[in-house]
Design a protein around this ligand. Structure first.
Ligand code: SAH
Length: 251
């Protein structure tokens, strides 16, 4: 538990836990995450979190859904942070439950910065991120002694409000790194073009894993050149992770 600043400043502030809810399957949460959810007074969660997990919270716990999906935010980031501060100040032990890991494309950094600023005690509880879960389900080793020695988690959609992402795709095309793309479903043909233009072979294996570890899971195997068309044909949609690399082949 991080208790920054003068302890008197947060004498009345209850702790806020930034907890990763993992990719979907409730059995994939950490024991710590489950313990904190079961004992919280307030649960602030994103829409991707399974209801079974939300049901662990005690009956008296306040439940607040703060939305978040591509192109749609039910509460803006600043307001979410205000909610966390208010709950803590009202003495409620709060779990801020985020899909996957709080620090992988989760804006956990911004929430922690605000809590630190407000001298609120907090702790970050890590979890299985979607990229790791997707690879496990599709049986794709993200690293492999013979083929690649690194893996990159990349957003295809850095800011939903921005047209272009700031990702240097040509650079990634040259690294021989396994690419794990989050929030990329609306941009597959653009990303494909940029990776191929950057020198990544068109026949590089790819996989799309939708709703990994949930009952709605669906897995597609393709190659870079056919990725966008195959994903459309198979009606693959968000939330999905796209894995690009030598090992992304059908087992
Ligand atoms: N913090 C989360 C990522 C949030 S960004 C994490 O660590 O996993 C949201 C994106 O995560 C989605 O657009 C999708 O790319 C990915 N995602 C989340 N859950 C997923 C799941 N069950 N299956 C596949 N992709 C998922």
């Amino acid at each position: 538990m991080r208790a920054s600043g003068n302890p008197d400043n947060h004498a009345q502030s209850a702790p806020v836990y930034l907890v990763g809810a993992g990719p979907g399957d409730p059995e994939l949460l950490t024991r710590k995450a489950e313990r904190l959810i079961r004992s919280c007074d307030a649960l602030v969660y994103d829409y991707l979190v399974a209801t079974e997990i939300l049901d662990w919270a005690p009956e008296h716990a306040e439940r607040i859904c703060v939305g978040k999906r591509a192109g749609f935010h039910s509460l803006d980031q600043e307001t979410i942070q205000d909610v966390l501060v208010e709950l803590s100040r009202s003495g409620k032990t709060t779990v801020r439950l985020k899909g996957g890991d709080p620090f992988v494309f989760g804006r956990g950094g911004e929430e922690v910065a605000r809590l630190r600023e407000e001298n609120i005690p907090y702790e970050v509880v890590p979890a299985i991120t979607a990229g790791i879960a997707a690879a496990a389900r599709a049986e794709i080793p993200l690293t492999h002694r013979s083929y690649n020695s690194s893996v990159a988690f990349i957003t295809g959609h850095q800011d939903p409000l921005k047209e272009e992402t700031g990702v240097d795709w040509a650079n990634y095309a040259k690294l021989g790194t396994t690419l794990c793309l989050y929030m990329a479903m609306g941009r597959l043909s653009k990303i494909r073009d940029k990776l191929i233009a950057g020198g990544l072979p068109a026949d590089t294996p790819c996989s799309v894993v939708q709703w990994a570890t949930t009952p709605r899971e669906k897995i597609l195997y393709s190659t870079l050149q056919f990725l966008a068309e195959d994903a459309e044909k198979e009606e693959m949609s968000s939330p999905a992770v796209v894995i690009v690399g030598r090992t992304a082949t059908k087992p």
